[in-house]
Ligand binder design. Structure first.
Ligand code: ADP
Ligand code: MG
Length: 686
């Protein structure tokens, strides 16, 4: 093509190379390989190609209403062909009595079959066979269309390219047995068929193969990175389960672990015992009991003579972790301390000294732990709670606190579908607690419009009457802190009008308060001095007040699904039945309605995560934004889950069996990886 068009392709579709063009896949195909009986147009077909004799032509109407109608008949039925434009020109080509091949989108108008503005050519079966391939339609843009490169015209370039390619140009990259097992066409054929398939079935097979290929190589790459890190980075060996772990497990564990907790602990123990650094993501829905897993893991570190730290994103949460963990360990010979930004210098100095001498074995805190002055004697494990608040760079600062990098366990309740996590966090190993402790009553969720607020407040009153507590959450709209605060204050006054002192007491917590005030207000609610907590989303992460049974979310339509789910997770933590009430204005767009419907219909964080993913797309899922490796063109992590999983398993098996990709059967994979430039460095296999 000429330089002007080439330039437009670069600018409009980022097509720079033959490979880019080859990977500009069709949106859909039109089928002109068959000539169908006209009668078939009465069924639900999108497009149809028919052949028949033109019986008559008439022109109707005047001016704008002017149209030409020709009637085409075959052995089965007849169909009207209608033109509103270019009538004069088309009329000249149509001769009644002659046969025509017609292609278009049929509809039924006044009970009659018709196609408006069909494609049409004279039909001489012997001379002009129908097409042997489906015709591709590509994504295009207005600017390209203006230069005669619409979705169909782009196919000419692809056709030319494919005609010029020979099988060695697109060498097979999947092992033979794998291709046979899944009935995948060869790679060269797959590229031919995804663009110009001989049939719908051929297209589907090509599509599946290329999707699989995409997912498989993404996962092989990630597995190799993980493997390389595991094999070549030194790590502390926590070989023994010792006295602390065992006696805690036997004598102080307040409940028996769920099967999921046990499984995850096993995974972690295996990981910390094999001599390379652990980098593990632990995902578990709100309330699934991640803290206990963290605690047991920290005891393992202590048993092996190392210190451990647990870092939380907020003071409130760090304080809570400290309270519950030091409570659980109070009869055990182990030193636990809390370090946050608000620990005063007088206390801090000796505390740091105890840490540096190794006297303190477990340190719980906020990002104050990262400061250079915080020096460990022998740090062996860092647990990071609610990872999305911590950046990668901050994590790296932890590594530097020990000669050999400590094991890292990152915990998150932000539900990410497993399929996505496997790909997005591919460089971390992944454990999931997919089971809640027994006996939890599911939170009942309802959606109410603003005009029902008085009823909602009465409901809260009834719960408070029974001795329970309630949260009322207001959204942050971010553009203006001042407006947010005003909004919250108005809400607070409003709540106060329903719940006057001294019968009722209200805590208010928001982001503009100093940590002291926040903490005090929080603690009053925890201690049940107040019955109602009015807050912005600062309480989103982690607070644990089992006596709270009502969560009211104001302007719930303004929250994302995962945030709503997190907020709801604050209730339903005790033995009492809990409720989540989503209040909204009367006007809701479709997506907001979908979100509310999802919240009302399920408590399952993973289902919600899937829905979130479907509504927003993977690019928006929290924590995955930096992950540029998710550049999938064909495969979809939601709808192609089956292939995501199969590809993940096969990639893991491959890398485990043949990490250097030396076996003859894997040469095609190796060659392909090496041919992919700029992806990742392949020092180990090259
Ligand atoms: P999250 O995973 O959201 O951090 P937590 O660790 O805070 O959850 O646990 C939520 C609650 O469940 C806590 O009160 C904890 O004591 C309790 N819990 C954890 N594991 C179990 C279990 N196996 N059986 C019963 N209760 C448990
Ligand atoms: Mg937690």
């Amino acid at each position: 093509m000429g330089p002007l068009r080439a330039d437009l392709l670069k600018k409009e579709l980022a097509i720079f190379t033959f490979k880019d063009l080859l990977h500009h896949f069709p949106l859909r195909h039109i089928d002109k390989t068959r000539v169908d009986p006209i009668r078939l147009a009465r069924t639900t077909v999108d497009y149809i190609q028919v052949a028949g004799t033109l019986t008559h032509i008439q022109t109707l109407g005047e001016g704008r209403a002017k149209r030409m109608i020709a009637t085409l008949r075959d052995h089965s039925d007849e169909i009207e062909l209608v033109w509103f434009q270019g009538i004069h020109w088309i009329q000249k080509q149509l001769v009644p009595g002659k046969a025509y091949l017609v292609f278009g989108k049929p509809s039924i108008f006044n009970g009659k079959l018709q196609i408006s503005h069909p494609e049409l050519e004279e039909y001489i079966p012997a001379e002009r066979p129908v097409r042997s391939h489906l015709e591709p339609i590509y994504p295009s843009t207005e600017k390209l269309k203006a230069k005669a490169m619409n979705g169909r015209q782009l196919g000419k370039f692809t056709r030319q390219l494919l005609d010029a390619l020979k099988p060695p140009d697109l060498p097979e990259n999947l092992p033979e047995n794998l291709r046979q097992q899944y009935h995948f066409p060869g790679r060269f054929d797959a590229y031919q068929s995804i663009h110009f398939p001989a049939s719908e079935a051929a297209y589907q097979q090509a599509l599946e193969r290329l999707k699989f290929e995409e997912l498989f190589f993404t996962q092989v790459r990630l597995s190799l990175v993980r493997l390389e890190r595991n094999r070549y980075s030194k790590g502390l060996v926590f070989a023994q389960v010792g006295e602390l772990f065992n006696s805690f497990y036997k004598n102080h564990l307040p409940f028996s672990l769920t099967d999921a907790q046990k499984r995850v602990l096993k995974e972690i123990r295996h990981d910390m015992g094999k001599g390379s650094q652990m980098n593990r993501l632990l995902q578990g829905d709100v309330g699934s009991g991640k803290t206990m897993v963290a605690l047991l893991t920290m005891l393992l570190a202590a048993d092996n003579g190392y210190q451990a730290c647990l870092m939380a994103p907020t003071e409130i949460l760090a304080q809570q972790h400290f309270n519950s963990i030091s409570g659980l360990l109070k009869d055990m010979p182990i030193q636990v301390e809390l370090l946050t930004g608000s620990v005063k210098a007088a206390k801090r100095k000796p505390m740091l000294a105890r840490l540096a001498s190794g006297e303190t074995q477990l340190l719980i805190g906020t990002h104050a732990l990262l400061e250079d002055k915080v020096v460990f004697h022998r740090l062996g494990l860092a647990v990071i709670d609610e990872q999305h608040r911590f950046g990668v760079a901050q994590r790296a600062r932890l590594w530097k606190k020990a000669a050999i990098p400590p094991h890292i366990l990152v915990m998150t309740a932000t539900p990410i579908p497993r399929t996505l996590a496997m790909t997005a966090y591919g460089d971390l190993d992944y454990s999931v607690i997919d089971e809640l402790p027994p006996g939890r009553l599911p939170v009942q969720t309802v959606h109410r419009y603003d005009d029902a607020r008085a009823n909602v407040m009465d409901f809260i009153k009834a719960e408070i009457q029974k001795g329970r507590q309630a949260y009322i959450i207001f959204p942050l709209i971010e553009e203006s802190e001042k407006l947010d605060l005003e909004n919250l204050m108005r809400g607070y006054e409003n709540v106060k009008a329903f719940f006057p002192e001294p019968k009722y007491w209200i805590s208010m917590v928001h982001g503009r308060q100093t940590p002291d005030i926040k903490e005090t207000n929080m603690q009053r609610f925890v201690a049940h001095d107040t019955q109602i907590m009015v807050a912005t989303t600062v309480i989103e992460v982690g607070v644990n007040v089992p006596n709270a049974t009502v969560m009211v979310i104001e302007s719930a339509e303004k929250f994302g699904l995962s945030q709503l789910h997190q907020l709801r997770g604050r209730v339903g933590r005790g033995g009492e039945k809990s409720f989540c009430i989503l209040l909204t204005g009367p006007q809701l767009n479709r997506e907001a309605r979908e979100r509310l419907k999802t919240m009302v219909s399920t408590n399952d964080g993973f289902v919600i995560a899937e829905k979130d993913l479907a509504l927003r797309g993977p690019g928006d899922i929290e924590g995955t934004r930096q992950s540029g490796d998710l550049a999938l063109k064909l495969a979809n992590l939601v709808t192609d889950r089956k292939w995501v999983e199969i590809a993940g398993q096969l990639a893991a098996q491959l890398v485990e069996k043949d990490p250097e990709l030396k076996q003859p059967a894997h040469q095609s994979i190796r060659a392909f990886l090496l041919s992919q430039q700029g992806k990742l460095a392949w020092s180990r296999i090259s």
